[in-house]
Design a binder for this molecule. Structure first.
Ligand code: ACM
Length: 554
């Protein structure tokens, strides 16, 4: 039935065994209520099925049950004319992933939001057994560079669920905008959520969109997003990026910046792309301020992991800052890299004391983990990754390998493979082309676990995620174009037990994609068609990056 991601095993399909109709009942065992609600809403809308609660003794029924002898997130879906359809999950999430498979079996029509009354809800007899390869199957979305309205975020959660992805890494803050209401610091959104204008295209482009741009999620919006995700067994991992990528916060509260180096009161939310030199000052004031931010974050996001960014923090201002130098001396540190290590370690400890775990980009390994560092006052300065801290490995595999070998958990998301902002074809028609060419097939052949890793270190690879940075994605349609169809290939890498990259059957995946494009069409996803962009998907003349012949930092 052309399932994506491919399940572990299918017995059948045989002849059509079970057609759901208005008398089909839905029997939901304890713990399966979320899937029960979801199935009633989806199948009610598309096939007009009321799915009343029914007695277990009928054959015209859909039954949901948890059986903890199956692995977490595993499921078995059985369809026969004698029992109807039955989804047994190792836990509540497994039942939900089984329901996602059931929806794919019902055809593209099951992905519409109202009935077009052309097909019956027919299921062939079969048994599907399935379980995920990784417990962390994620998508990171940057809503700072371009704000994505709440309704579109909820839609993305549905798109993740349809692909059995279970982590939504929400990149909420950056130089170009702060996107989350923090009650104790209202200027973060009053000032930090808005910029005067926006570069149209990448850095070298001379085009500007002169309209102010911005937006943010209220705390109730966030609660709604988190609850909507939880209904779909998706964890929302919030990211507050520190100590770099913080110009929007400094524009709102200038005392957070290096006030002894520049006049931070002159800063505004950044209107250009790249890595801002304006980073947080490593002062007590900054630590207390962000503890306040993270206190509100913990109240909003139940996720065990909290992402603190840590990437791309230029050290020029710290090098020029007497206050940063004094802090380095006071802590007995060698240099600014160790200062960053100490800064991140502070929040790792702070989160651990509250039962959470820090995750950060692989730069949190910078500055090393020198032990036994003595401050002149006699106290020990803690450096390096705290126990329990995890790494998102984006600059390649190396950071993730080092972290895993040191016993830390890792999410593999190397930019060379799974940055979906990067162009998906080498031709001239790709809109605002960025970075590496990574085709659908390239993503399909991405391997999250480096083969050289020992079994013990490989067990620390929690999984993988695709990352979407939105500098040149002004709206949801542009995001769709970059994300799809590649997210379908990525989902199969994250979920299915695929062979080594060279042995993967891409031709079979492409064949299954024919059906999947029908599902994406029904869902209204503006994917990149296999033949290239449609006329309105092109952006002729708008410059991306890198520019041929230009220095690499342009
Ligand atoms: C990153 O791409 N700067 C994590």
């Amino acid at each position: 039935m052309d399932l994506i991601p491919a399940p572990s095993s299918i017995e059948g399909p045989y002849r059509c065994g079970f057609v759901m109709d208005s008398r089909t009942s839905l029997t939901a065992g304890p713990g399966t209520e979320r899937t029960e609600r979801w199935l009633r809403s989806v199948l009610g809308a598309t096939f007009g099925l009321p799915l009343p609660p029914g007695p277990p003794a009928t054959s015209n029924r859909l039954a949901l049950r948890i059986d903890d002898s199956l692995r977490p997130e595993a499921y078995r879906l059985t369809v026969t004319s004698t029992v109807g359809a039955q989804i047994v999950g190792g836990d509540a999430a497994g039942v939900f992933w089984g329901a996602q498979t059931l929806r794919q079996l019902l055809g593209a029509e099951a992905f519409r939001q109202a009935s077009v009354a052309t097909a019956a809800a027919a299921l062939p007899d079969q048994v599907i057994e399935d379980s995920p390869r990784f417990p962390w199957r994620g998508l990171m979305l940057d809503v700072s560079r371009h704000f994505m309205p709440k309704a579109d975020v909820l839609r993305y959660l549905d798109l993740l669920a349809a692909h059995k992805l279970n982590v939504f890494h929400f990149h909420l803050t950056d130089d170009q905008g702060w996107r989350l209401e923090i009650k104790r610091y209202p200027r973060l959104t009053e000032v930090g959520a808005w910029r005067a204008r926006t570069k149209y295209g990448h850095r070298a482009s001379e085009l500007w969109d002169e309209r102010p741009h911005g937006g943010y999620y209220t705390q109730d919006d966030i609660r709604e997003i988190v609850a909507y995700a939880a209904e779909r067994h998706i964890t929302v991992v919030p990211e507050i990026d520190i100590p770099g990528h913080s110009q929007a916060a400094i524009a709102a509260y200038p005392e957070l910046g290096n006030t002894d180096v520049i006049d931070t009161t002159s800063l505004s939310v950044w209107d250009n792309w790249g890595v801002s030199p304006n980073v947080l000052a490593p002062t007590d004031n900054t630590l207390r301020f962000y503890e306040g931010v993270f206190e509100e974050i913990l109240g909003l996001f139940p996720s065990t992991f909290v992402h603190v960014g840590g990437d791309e923090c230029p050290k020029d201002q710290w090098k020029a800052s007497p206050a940063a130098r004094a802090r380095i001396d006071e802590l007995g540190l060698k240099d600014e890299d160790e200062l960053q290590s100490w800064f991140i370690r502070h929040f790792a400890t702070w989160l651990a004391e509250r039962g959470r775990r820090l995750i950060g980009w692989d730069e949190i390994l910078q500055g090393g983990n020198r032990q036994g560092v003595r401050a002149p006052g006699g106290e020990t300065t803690q450096l390096g990754l705290a126990p329990g801290a995890a790494v998102s490995s984006w600059r390649g595999y190396a950071g993730g390998i080092a972290a895993a070998q040191a016993g830390h958990d890792v999410v593999m998301c190397p930019e060379q493979h799974v940055y979906l902002d990067h162009r998906q074809h080498g031709g001239p028609d790709e809109p605002m082309p960025i970075g590496y060419v990574r085709t659908l097939e390239d993503v399909y052949r991405f391997e999250p676990v480096p083969p050289a890793l020992s079994a013990e270190a490989a067990a620390h690879i929690l999984g993988t995620q695709a990352n979407v940075w939105t500098e040149v994605m002004q709206d949801r349609s542009r995001v769709d174009y970059q994300v799809f169809p590649r997210l379908a290939a990525f989902a199969e890498v994250a979920w299915s037990a695929l062979p080594a990259p060279a042995e993967r059957d891409f031709a079979d995946f492409e064949r299954r994609m024919t059906a999947h494009y029908g599902r994406l069409d029904a869902l209204g996803v503006d994917y990149r068609p296999p033949g290239g962009p449609l006329p309105w998907q092109k952006r002729p003349g708008v410059i991306g990056r890198p520019i041929e012949g230009a220095p690499p930092n342009v």
